[in-house]
Design a protein. Structure first.
Ligand code: NAD
Ligand code: MG
Length: 390
């Protein structure tokens, strides 16, 4: 039913030029009666954000890279769209009363501060940026609780868990089972991985994603980051979070309750579905996405993750269990290592060494403040970059 009497949700897409951002705009384009686009932001893809701005007519466009300001401003000069540039502008716009829901789709640590400001300003968060919770999950969730701000996951595994939990508010979780595709190197051993190059690592079998998360999926770091994300989103102990490799990516994750019953959410791997669910929650909107056909899929398989080979996952599990600022350190070192790998500066297996050494080097803090997290991030980046001689 087209409920034209309810006002449109005003959406701010932080990271609109990325894989999640562009798919979100596709979803919104099909549901213009439900959503308006009021803020678009990007790091530096001026051509694409100008195109998006002309199509969706937001109030505000922000570009983090200040050198791109002039071109965007000029291209939008004939419109009413306001254009801002720089990191500070990104943070400030997050607090403005020009939107209702932030789709947090910036990649990496850069998404943390705008998201915190959005929560402070009482905005609903549709969270794709998992690094925000990996870096400072306790602070982010506490703030969201204080401000009564819903954080609705976009990550497919967490969306699956969230969907399984609808209607189960009083029923404790026994454990969650995060499924993992296994990435492009499932079944491979270190003697193979040592020679893996950037372009091969970017070819994920089931999902098309941004470069950073594609590499994280290839190393299984992505699943480790997701375990930490799940801990904070669903208030779990670390021993309640399991990972199961499921190469078909049809089961997006599962929840086991205290009676032993397991609920799962299934579907074809398509990020538009969890994006749409998060934006429209609690509604489910009709769409024409392809449907899963079990007569064709026929087989779903499962196996243990190989954490001896994919040691990034073992490091993330260590950070999950130890807590404190260790996940923040892990994340910072990983961002530097992935950046270096994407520029062919280090090999695939070197990424693990960089992360491991950085985790050993940066001082451990059991109960960090926000400033401690920011300092740990900076220190870890610095140390990791030194190791690589960036
Ligand atoms: P992407 O690289 O395709 O896009 C990232 C976006 O962030 C771009 O708009 C870019 O301009 C912006 N950006 C990058 N660095 C920035 C900076 N320093 N300051 C401001 N903006 C910056 O990434 P993506 O694949 O869309 O992923 C975005 C987030 O969503 C990541 O945290 C990722 O883990 C998460 N996620 C992605 C997928 C997916 O399918 N792509 C699935 C689950 C979760
Ligand atoms: Mg995921």
């Amino acid at each position: 039913m087209n409920n034209s009497s309810s006002p449109r949700k005003r959406i701010a897409i932080f990271g609109s030029t990325g894989s999640i951002g562009t798919q979100a705009l596709e979803v919104i384009d099909k549901n213009r009666d439900k959503f308006s686009v009021d803020v678009l932001t990007c790091n530096g893809n001026d051509t694409l954000i100008v195109q998006q701005a002309l199509q969706f007519q937001p109030n505000i466009v922000v570009v983090s890279n200040e050198q791109k300001y002039g071109r965007i401003k000029e291209a939008l000069a004939h419109t009413d769209i306001k254009v801002f540039a720089g990191e500070k502008a990104l943070e400030e716009v997050a607090s403005l009363d020009v939107y209702d829901v932030m789709l947090a789709a910036i990649v990496g640590y850069a998404g943390l501060k705008p998201t915190l400001n959005a929560i402070r300003a009482g905005k609903t968060i549709a969270l794709a940026n998992k690094e925000t919770l990996v870096v400072a999950g306790d602070i982010v969730m506490r703030l969201a609780y204080e401000k009564r701000v819903p954080i609705i996951p976009v990550d497919s595994e967490h969306s699956a868990i969230f969907q399984c939990l609808v209607g189960e508010i009083r029923n404790p979780i026994e454990k969650v089972i995060l499924t993992a595709s296994g990435g492009p190197f499932l079944g491979k051993k270190p003697n193979y991985l040592v020679n893996v190059k950037r372009d091969h690592a970017l070819q994920h079998p089931n999902w098309t994603m941004g470069a950073k998360i594609s590499v994280d999926s290839a190393t299984l770091m992505n699943k480790g980051l997701e375990m930490i994300e799940a801990k904070w989103l669903f208030n779990l102990r670390s021993d309640q979070i399991d990972v199961l490799v499921h190469p078909q990516s049809i089961i997006h994750s599962m929840v086991q309750f205290e009676d032993g019953s397991i609920k799962a959410q299934l579907g074809l791997p398509d990020m538009k579905l969890p994006i749409q669910y998060a934006l429209a929650f609690p509604q489910r909107l009709p769409n024409d996405f392809p449907r899963a056909d079990f007569k064709r899929i026929r087989t779903l398989t499962f196996e243990e993750p190989d954490i001896k080979t994919f040691r990034n996952l073992a490091l993330a599990i260590e950070a999950l269990h130890k807590g404190g600022n260790l996940p923040c350190i892990l994340n910072a070192a990983n961002e530097i290592a992935v950046y270096a790998f994407l520029r062919n500066r280090i090999g695939f297996l070197d990424m693990t060494d960089v992360i491991e050494q950085t985790m050993q080097k940066v001082s451990f803090l059991q109960e960090p403040s926000l400033d401690d997290y920011l300092d740990s991030d900076a220190e870890a980046r610095h140390y990791a970059a030194d190791l690589i001689k960036l």
